[in-house]
Structure formats: structure tokens, C-alpha cells
Design a protein around this ligand. Structure first.
Ligand code: GDP
Ligand code: ADP
Length: 199
């Protein structure tokens, strides 16, 4: 008698979900991802924003549990070992990761989940969730990107240099993603994201 394996035992490492249930916003540091994200959430409160964990220190005004979950390196490593992240990466000397359970719960309850993450993490999500919609935000120029990072006034010279160096590498990967949007005029970029999400 031929026995058909149940679906679960044939599952690969890829996780399946409805197309459009997961949205990845990526692009270099300082390009305006966070600002675009905040406006998007204000205009579409039905979206679920995944709060990441990080080992970076909080900046003035950042709130634990809202901006990020600020945790120690040893706690982060413990969570990696426990398989608690959907993806994680090291960026400018700190760990950043997306908590697995919260995101999967929201997707399963039918929510549209948005991740705002750097390149390596975005690649991991594309590999494990091929149906996720991925958006790469580009700066109008490197000069403008540097201006934006500096205008934020929250990073040391070392951190700025590190972010700019990495930005040049990240921008080369823009074509790997489904949609590229240049954040020159803010309102236009926001409209472009909304068009990608809601048609
Ligand atoms: N892979 C990954 N990257 C993240 C996560 N959360 C934030 N990031 C990214 O980490 C980078 C640094 O973030 P942050 O220190 O807040 O600096 P900023 O984006 O320059 O304001 C940014 O590109 C974020 O998009 C995460 O959970 N996973
Ligand atoms: N379209 C835009 N034009 C000019 N400045 C912008 C634009 N979008 C964002 N900014 C500014 O650029 C800086 C970096 O934005 P932020 O959202 O913190 O970037 P990211 O989250 O990608 O690191 C902030 O001061 C923000 O107000």
C-alpha cells in the first residue's frame, strides 16, 4: 500500500502564508524608513508593526517595548539559541531581530504585518517567506543620505561613518526586492508605498 506523507512532513524550511500578509520595508539607515513607517501606521492603524529586539542603547525619546525591546547581548544570544527570531542580523556592532511568535500570531489572525529591517534580515525573510512583499527605499543621493543621518543628530561620528559605508553596499542590493521607491519627496514616497500595499 502506498502511503502519502502528511503535508507537514514534506514541509521545507520555507513557511507558507497568504500573499501580501507580510511586508518588508528595507533600505539604508537614514533613508527615512522609520519616518515613512510612522506615517503609514498613523494612516493605516489596521497594520501591525513588528517591534524588534536590539542590543543598541535607547536614543533619547525611544520607549522600551514601543521603539524596540532593548535587551542585553547575552539575552539576545539566548533568544537566538532558542529559535525565537524570525530573522536577526548584526548591524553597526549591535544585534537586531524580529520576534517570531508575535509576528506569526498576527499573520495567523489575518493581520497585515510590516517589518522595518536592514538588508541581511530582509534577505532572510525573502528566503523563508517567498510570498512576502518586499520594498526597498532608496535615497535621492548619498549626499542627501548623509545629510539626513546627520540631521537626526543621534549618532556618533563612528556610527555615522559605519552607517554610510554600509549604505553604499546595501544600495547595490536594491534590485533583489520586489519594489524600489526613492524617498525624495516624502509625500510621494508615502503614496508609492500605499499604492504598493493597497493598489
Ligand atoms: N535585521 C533586522 N534589522 C533591523 C531590525 N530592527 C531594525 N533593524 C534595522 O537596523 C538598522 C539600524 O537601526 P537603528 O539603530 O534603529 O538605526 P536607524 O535605522 O539608522 O535609525 C536599520 O536599518 C533598521 O531597519 C530587525 O528586527 N532585524
Ligand atoms: N523625504 C524626506 N526628505 C527629507 N528628509 C527626510 C525625508 N524622509 C525622512 N527624512 C528625515 O531623514 C532623517 C532620517 O529618517 P529616519 O526615518 O530616521 O531613517 P531610517 O529609519 O531609515 O534610519 C530624519 O531626520 C527624517 O526626518
Amino acid at each position: 500500500m502506498i502511503r502519502v506523507l502528511p503535508i507537514q512532513s514534506r514541509a521545507t524550511t520555507k513557511e507558507s502564508l497568504n500573499p501580501g500578509a507580510l511586508i518588508v520595508l528595507t533600505g539604508p539607515s537614514g533613508v527615512g524608513k522609520g519616518t515613512l513607517m510612522r506615517s503609514l501606521l498613523q494612516r493605516h492603524p489596521e497594520l501591525y508593526y513588528s517591534v524588534s529586539a536590539t542590543t543598541r542603547s535607547p536614543r533619547p525619546g525611544e520607549i522600551d517595548g514601543k521603539s524596540y525591546y532593548f535587551i542585553t547581548r547575552s539575552k539576545f544570544e539566548q533568544l537566538i539559541a532558542g529559535g525565537e527570531f524570525l530573522e536577526w542580523a548584526e548591524f553597526a556592532g549591535n544585534y537586531y531581530g524580529t520576534p517570531r511568535e508575535a509576528v506569526l500570531n498576527q499573520i495567523n489572525s489575518g493581520k497585515l504585518v510590516v517589518l522595518e529591517i536592514e538588508l541581511e534580515g530582509a534577505r532572510q525573510i525573502r528566503a523563508s517567506f517567498p510570498t512576502a512583499l518586499s520594498i526597498f527605499i532608496l535615497p535621492p543621493s548619498l549626499e542627501e543620505l548623509e545629510k539626513r543621518i546627520r540631521s537626526r543628530n543621534q549618532d556618533s561620528e563612528d556610527a555615522i561613518a559605519c552607517r554610510l559605508h554600509r549604505a553604499q553596499e546595501e544600495i547595490k542590493a536594491a534590485d533583489e526586492f520586489d519594489i524600489q521607491i526613492v524617498n525624495d519627496d516624502f509625500k510621494t514616497a508615502l503614496n508609492d508605498i500605499e499604492a504598493a500595499l493597497f493598489g
